[in-house]
Structures are given as C-alpha cells and as structure tokens.
Write a protein that binds this ligand. Structure first.
Ligand code: ATP
Ligand code: AH0
Length: 407
C-alpha cells in the first residue's frame, strides 16, 4: 500500500535522499475478534502532510477465548473492577507486543529497524459527551493494553492512548482514522468517499482538492451489526453471513424494508454517531418478530437487513453529501466488504448516482489492514511531534499531538 497526495504508487517509496522508516500499527476493534498488526514502510515528511505508506506485512491474531471473555466482561462497568482492568491492561500489553514481534518477523525485519509502534488498544469505555461536574467539562475514554509493556518486550518506542489528547481540547476522541484517510486517499480532481463497514457503518468525505478542515465524517448507521445479529438469531451457530451467501439466496421483503427505513437515525443530520447500544439484541429481535409476522423465510429476513444496510449508506449520501460534494468514487473497507451481496446492493444504490463502488482490495490496499496502518502513521506523527487529530472530524477546538510515548 503506497499513496501520497492522491497518487497511488506500488514501489519506489523513497525519492532522492528521502529517509525510509518502518512503523508498526496495532488495532483491536469493537468486534473483539483479535489483534490486527501491520508493518508499514513510510517515506516523506509528516510536516508537509505528504507521507507515503506501503504495507509490508499484516496479520490478525485471534484473542485466546479467555481474553475475549475478559474483554467482554470489562464492557460491563459493574464487572470492570480496578484489579481486573489493571490486570487486563498488562495482559493485553503482552499479547500486543507478541503480535507486533510476529508481524515484524513476517515482514523480514528486525525490531531494531522499527522506529515506532502505534497501538490503539482495546476500548472498554467511551464517554465522549460532556459530563459537567463542578464547572469542568469531563469527557473520557478508556483504551487498555499497556504501552510500557509493549515497549519493554519489543525494545521499540510505543505510542498508545491516542484519544484523550483530542478530548482534552473538546473533541470526541473519535474518529481518528479520517486524519490518515486525508493523508493517504485525497485527490485533487475527484471527491472520494471512504465507507467503513465494521460493526457500525461510517463514512469519511474527502472533497476534491480538500484541505484538512474540509474533511467530514459520520456514522451512516448499521454496518454488519444487524446482518450478524439476524444471522445469529435465525441460524444458531453462525456468527455472520459469510460472503453474503444467505442474503444472496433470499428475496427482499419491500414492506419490512420500508418499516426499517423509518428509523429516525437515517434522517438525523450529521455530525452524528451511533453504536451497538442502539442496534442491539432487542433491535434484532424486533426485526425477527416482524419477519415472522410476515411469514418470511430466514434468508428473506437476512436479504432485507442486508439491503437496509446498503440503502442506509446510499441514503446518507443522497441526504447529506451529494448536494455539497458530488462524489465519483466510494471505497469500501471493513469486514462488510467481504459480503458480496451487500456489495452488489451497494453498487445498485450508488451507481445510478454516478458513484463507482470499489473495495480497498480493488485499488491494491487491504480492507483488513486499513485501521492498523492508520495507527502506524499516527504514531509516526506523534514521534515527530506533529499534530495528528482532525478537528473537523472529532469536533476538537484545535489540532493536537495525540498519544503517550513509552520509550
Ligand atoms: N467473509 C466475510 N463475509 C461476510 N462478512 C464478513 C466476512 N468477514 C468479515 N465479515 C463481517 O465483518 C465484521 C467485522 O468487521 P470489522 O473487523 O471491520 O469490524 P470492527 O473493526 O471490529 O468494527 P468497528 O469498525 O465498528 O470497530 C464481521 O462481524 C462480519 O459481519
Ligand atoms: C472509541 C472507539 O474505539 N471508537 C471506534 C469505534 O469503532 C469504529 C468507530 O467506533 C470509530 O469511531 C472508532 O475507531 C476508529 C479506529 C477511529 O477512531 O477512526
């Protein structure tokens, strides 16, 4: 993966006397499926906003079941006692360090060649809204996975805990990835949309020739969360609709679709964000009950929520982007890009609007690695003491340098 200022290059990162450096990005997301580790070659100056990045190695290491259970327990504040959080913090530090070392070996490099590790950590709590107390505006977020352990085990400086610095200047502490999307994907002539389809769907708009303050991002609605939930409920033992095969074998029910499209979220103007708190098990249960009342086959229910998901992305574009920034391309990343039926529906939504749909893979990038690559690049900025939040995306009052460095 190599890109800078819109020009995609596959090889020849360094130009003239430019110095090449290597960084590792570590990410574990809301689906808690494991640790994504990316080894990235970087060139170009962060200062000019034109670094270029090339992915050298990528691996996903699943969490041991005991760790996964412990993470889910920590999502529940009453179970997240200080001793358990403290223990999991260093436990994850060990696992992240190992994942980094494995990825470095897979890239054929030595730890001594790596200038920094950027580790997102595991979010166990996120409270971005204002919590006024005694005249203070308290916002907080908790990502665990001790950077000091990662640095000690690898011998590489580790940047961790990226979000609090943005919150300290009034931001939501999220999303952070749009800063790197601005660096890596913007183009002079074309407006590009970057759609992530993880648990939740979120879009970043990169207007043609944009400056950082022109970039905006918001959650479009459900990503895979309703598809996964409906599949798990109707097909016990399954956790996802692999490849979109189930949806592909069903028919969309127009009346159920119309009912689901009535959710207010889709008509709420940005900035907006949503989460698993809204699209939860009770929401899925409501869908399953409505489907059963209409006598739908399980595959028809899955096809309907899959189309709903594609429609919500199209609707976000029609309502909140198209008039300001007509786009030519929508680049899809995240696990949803492996659902072929979802992609087919998405093309049907976007292509009549003149927007070509492509996956990260189709332009030579990796859907899986994208967020880990982003944290390698963010760490590179932090090490250079360069601001690396995007106030237009997070709502922060000003640019700041994110993260804490463990040497
Ligand atoms: N082969 C596949 N076929 C269909 N769907 C898939 C496939 N692989 C992954 N997915 C979907 O992608 C989801 C995971 O996506 P991803 O890893 O991008 O989420 P995440 O990063 O944890 O979430 P978020 O971005 O919201 O933090 C799975 O739950 C599943 O629904
Ligand atoms: C607090 C937190 O971990 N937020 C995640 C989450 O997962 C997806 C979405 O919600 C995004 O806002 C963010 O992560 C990505 C990496 C970001 O900051 O851009």
């Amino acid at each position: 993966m190599t890109e800078g200022n819109g020009a995609t290059e596959k090889v020849g990162l360094a130009k003239g006397t430019e110095q090449v450096r290597y960084a590792v990005g570590l990410m574990s997301g809301t689906s808690v499926d494991g640790i994504d580790a990316a080894v990235v070659e970087l060139a170009g100056e962060p200062a000019g906003g034109t670094p270029r990045a090339r992915l050298l190695a990528f691996a996903n290491t699943p969490f041991p079941p005991r760790v996964r259970e412990e993470i889910f327990a920590m999502f529940e504040p009453s179970q997240a006692t200080v001793d358990r959080v403290g223990r999991l913090n260093v436990w994850l530090g060990e696992l992240y360090a190992q994942a980094a070392l494995d990825a470095i070996a897979a890239a054929g490099l030595e730890a001594s060649q790596i200038s920094a590790i950027g580790s997102h950590g595991q979010t166990i709590y996120h409270s971005p809204q204002t919590n006024p107390i005694d005249g203070y505006d308290l916002r907080y977020t908790v990502q665990i996975g001790e950077g000091a352990v990662i640095a000690a085990r690898t011998g590489i400086p580790c940047v961790s805990d990226f979000r609090p610095a943005d919150m300290a200047v009034g931001g939501q502490g999220a999303p952070l990835v749009p800063f790197t999307e601005y660096l890596l994907y913007r183009e002079k002539e074309r407006t590009r949309l970057l759609q992530n389809i993880g648990g939740i769907g979120n879009v970043t708009v990169l207007p043609a020739g944009c400056a950082p303050e022109d970039v905006y991002a918001f959650d479009t609605g459900p990503g895979n969360v309703l598809i996964d939930g409906t599949v798990a409920r109707l097909y016990p033992g399954l956790r996802m609709d692999a490849g979109g095969a189930i949806a592909g074998s069903g028919s969309v029910d127009a009346s159920l679709l119309e009912r689901l499209q009535r959710d207010d979220y889709y008509r709420k103007p940005p900035p907006k964000s949503t989460g698993r708190e809204k699209f939860d098990a009770a929401y899925v249960e409501g869908i399953v009950q409505e489907a059963s009342r209409r006598g739908l086959a399980p595959e028809d229910a899955v096809a309907t929520v899959t189309l709903l998901t594609a429609w919500s992305i199209g609707e976000a574009y029609r309502r909140y982007i198209r008039d300001r920034h007509p786009a030519e391309e929508l680049l899809v990343g995240g696990g949803g890009s492996y659902n072929e039926t979802l992609l087919r529906f998405l093309k049907r939504e976007m292509e009549p609007l003149g927007v070509t749909v492509r996956t990260q893979e189709e332009i030579g990038f990796s859907s899986d690695a994208k967020e880990a690559v982003a944290f390698a690049l963010l760490a590179d900025y932090t090490m250079a003491r360069r601001p690396n939040n995007l106030p237009s995306a997070t709502g922060a009052k000003r640019p700041v340098v994110l993260g804490k460095i463990s040497f």
